[in-house]
Design a binder for this molecule. Sequence first.
Ligand code: NDP
Length: 234
Amino acid sequence: MSRSALVTGGSRGIGLAIARELAAAGDNVAVTYRSGDPPEGLFGVSCDTTDTTQVDSAFTQVEKEQGPVDVLVANAGITKDQLLALTSEEDFSAVLDTNLTGAFRVAKRAVRSMMRSRDGRIILVSSVVGLLGSGGQTSYAASKAGLVGFGRSLAREIGSRNVTVNIVAPGFIETGMTAELPEDRQAEIKKNIPLGRYGAPEEVASTVRFLASPSAAYITGAVIPVDGGLGMGH
Ligand code: NDP
């Protein structure tokens, strides 16, 4: 039977690749989008994950369309990179609100039905920099490290209800987010990646597909790197 999956920030980049991969695996997939149009062939719900009312309404629409969410992928994220001295409290809070509290909002709304049905998969999209740290990215790294503590705590809380919570930690992946980095910085980064290249969104998506599949039924609270070896040892 097809499951109901929801991917936040599924209109482009890694989220869109994840949504397409889950659809290819046979799930009914909904995505949240904020700007522009929903991607073709997927059920799109307009939602800003910094707004609890919009999150609730998005879940209600998804429930009506394809049933309660069995697989949640909290992927929506932003960066506002800057050296600490130049980072405003407003920007720091905005990054935390989207990347960490946004995941809290969607996970909280999703676990209600997952706990009732005693089945569910939650996958949080973190980042290699959450564990490694990265100069100029204090807000982003804090938000992504926060997802590890959040996800592992939730995994302990709801494991007895057969709901797994795992964290995927991508390294540098070719999307709009990395294209914004200056070229010299990109070359420097690649020098430090054992595999010597950026990853493709599809390479993150296939890991998420695995974590959402029956093959990963006994994996919870794990942090899975998809980073070409960049974060090895962390
Ligand atoms: P993109 O910038 O390409 O896409 C980000 C997505 O998140 C968009 O769909 C965007 O929607 C959505 N989004 C942002 N803010 C909100 C919000 N408040 N409410 C709802 N949706 C929102 O990023 P990537 O695909 O590169 O990144 C996806 C995830 O992967 C992020 O969490 C990112 O931190 C993480 N990641 C990315 C890496 C990379 O190298 N690219 C590396 C490690 C982690 P909209 O189009 O409407 O703005």
